[in-house]
Design a protein around this ligand. Structure first.
Ligand code: DX5
Ligand code: ZN
Length: 225
């Protein structure tokens, strides 16, 4: 049985109590910390940077995935890997040579994922999926937390899983944005093995209750939790 992985999107955390929030996520037994980086160019917002990655690296042994919603991710990859990223996720739509960036990141000993926005065809990423460690399917337009889930993205997840299995590839599939206890089941059924969760994890007092509910919903559709 597949076991769903839950990544906590720290963008939704109370940054004034960052260490307590990270510890709260550890106690809630999330599988990874997801750090959203935004440059105000690729997305109409600014968020977090390498110094936050470095700080969180010192706070937890959980895997850290850094979601670069920035232009020219190849130019800044090294500082995020050196800050402590275990997985660096770059956008297909950003200004860079995606294939080269994936190679660059993996040569540094870091896993590299490719993210695609809701309107981007998954076929556009096919040639990169022979190398990428993860395909991140954005289920909101990137830039902000707390947005509604774009249900049409599930079709892309299904297509990606079929392509992976037909071509015996290894990348895992993650879904990011607006995921909740109502949409995690369809994400898993479509073929995702990981989801990224922001507000539903951080806003309620008891994050453990949220993770238990999310895992229960994932179990219902056949993903061990
Ligand atoms: C959006 C980010 C997501 C977001 C998830 O651009 O990439 O990681 O913070 O937060 P929720 O789960 O609240 O949509
Ligand atoms: Zn993200």
């Amino acid at each position: 049985m597949r076991t769903v992985r839950l990544a906590a999107s720290i963008l939704a955390a109370n940054l004034g109590q960052l260490e307590q929030e990270v510890k709260r996520m550890e106690a809630a037994q999330v599988d990874a910390i997801h750090i959203d980086v935004m440059d105000g160019h690729f997305v109409p917002n600014f968020a977090l940077g390498a110094d936050i990655v470095q700080a969180i690296r010192k706070m937890t042994r959980l895997p850290i995935e850094v979601h670069l919603m920035i232009q020219q991710p190849d130019r800044y990859a090294r500082i995020f890997v050196e800050a402590g990223a275990d997985l660096l996720i770059v956008h297909l739509e950003a200004y860079h040579d995606s294939r080269r960036t994936i190679a660059l990141v993996q040569e540094m000993g870091c896993r590299c994922g490719i993210a695609i926005n809701p309107m981007t065809l998954v076929e556009n990423a096919y040639s990169l999926l022979t190398k990428a460690d993860q395909l991140l399917c954005m289920s909101v337009n990137p830039g902000f937390m707390g947005q509604p889930f774009i249900i049409e993205v599930l079709e892309k997840v299904r297509t990606a899983q079929a392509y992976r299995d037909k071509n015996h590839l290894q990348f895992d599939i993650s879904v990011d944005g607006g995921v909740s206890d109502e949409t995690i089941g369809p994400c898993i059924t479509a073929g995702a093995s990981q989801v990224v969760i922001g507000r539903p994890l951080f806003i309620p007092k008891d994050a453990g209750e949220t993770t238990r509910l999310l895992r229960a919903r994932a179990n219902e559709v056949g993903a061990g939790g």
